[in-house]
Design a protein around this ligand. Structure first.
Ligand SMILES: [Zn+2]
Length: 222
């Protein structure tokens, strides 16, 4: 049985072209071995929250793209995957969502094609309310990086602060909101979904994954 979905959008094709530069390392693997790897990764992700920056996520995205290229993401082959991960209707990849700061508008994003995987209205009510509040708050603070000169001048006048200080305030607010995401929102998704990937960085503010660390994370020196 062939694939059932819309893998014909320009955005998806561009992403596949980009990823295809890495595909050569998988060429010698059989279809069976690829599906085995896919199953192994899904078993690892099951029950876990994973940072979007995690190298295994990039590996999983590549592997899934190779499986898609070989038309392996069929309902029949998906029977080999853990039952918690059905094939997504958007691109037929195993369904895992990404929690992003745009969650209040886009819901959970598909890990494989960036389409909406779970719309906000399908979240459990309490999680929807938390995400609406968190996402709106993040949007407010992060909008500073997109202000034009007129908006910057108006903000300086209203706050009595130079734009550099306003920008710095926004940077720390967004960083704290990403920490809040990790500590308070991500665990909520694991109560309702088999796995969740969460965005742990913001290029607009140059917030890096290593900046989003819980104070309780033990430090191990190697
Ligand atoms: Zn998808």
């Amino acid at each position: 049985m062939g694939c059932c979905c819309n893998r014909n959008t320009e955005e998806y094709k561009q992403r596949v072209r980009w990823l295809s530069e890495y595909h050569a390392v998988f060429d010698h693997l059989s279809n069976e071995k690829l599906l085995e790897h896919e199953t192994d990764l899904l078993n690892i992700f099951k029950g876990q929250s994973v940072r979007l920056s995690h190298p295994m996520i990039k590996y999983f995205q590549m592997l899934t793209a190779v499986c898609a290229d070989r038309d392996l993401l069929t309902p029949q082959n998906a029977q080999k995957f853990p039952k918690e991960f059905p094939l997504a209707s958007c691109c037929c990849g195993p369904a895992i969502g990404i929690l992003t700061p745009f969650v209040h508008k886009a819901g959970l994003i598909c890990l494989h094609c960036q389409e909406t995987l779970v719309p906000l209205e399908d979240f459990p009510q309490w999680l929807r309310e938390v995400c609406e509040s968190w996402g709106s708050n993040y949007e407010k603070w992060s909008s500073v990086v997109r202000w034009n000169q007129e908006q910057q001048a108006r903000a300086e006048k209203m706050s009595g602060k130079p734009i550099g200080a306003i920008y710095e305030d926004s940077y720390f607010q967004c960083k704290d909101l990403l920490k809040k995401e990790a500590a308070e929102i991500v665990p909520g998704f694991l109560e309702h979904y088999p796995s969740i990937v969460w965005q742990d960085f913001d290029p607009a503010f140059n917030i890096r994954p290593e900046d989003i660390i819980s104070e309780e994370t033990p430090v191990q020196l190697f």
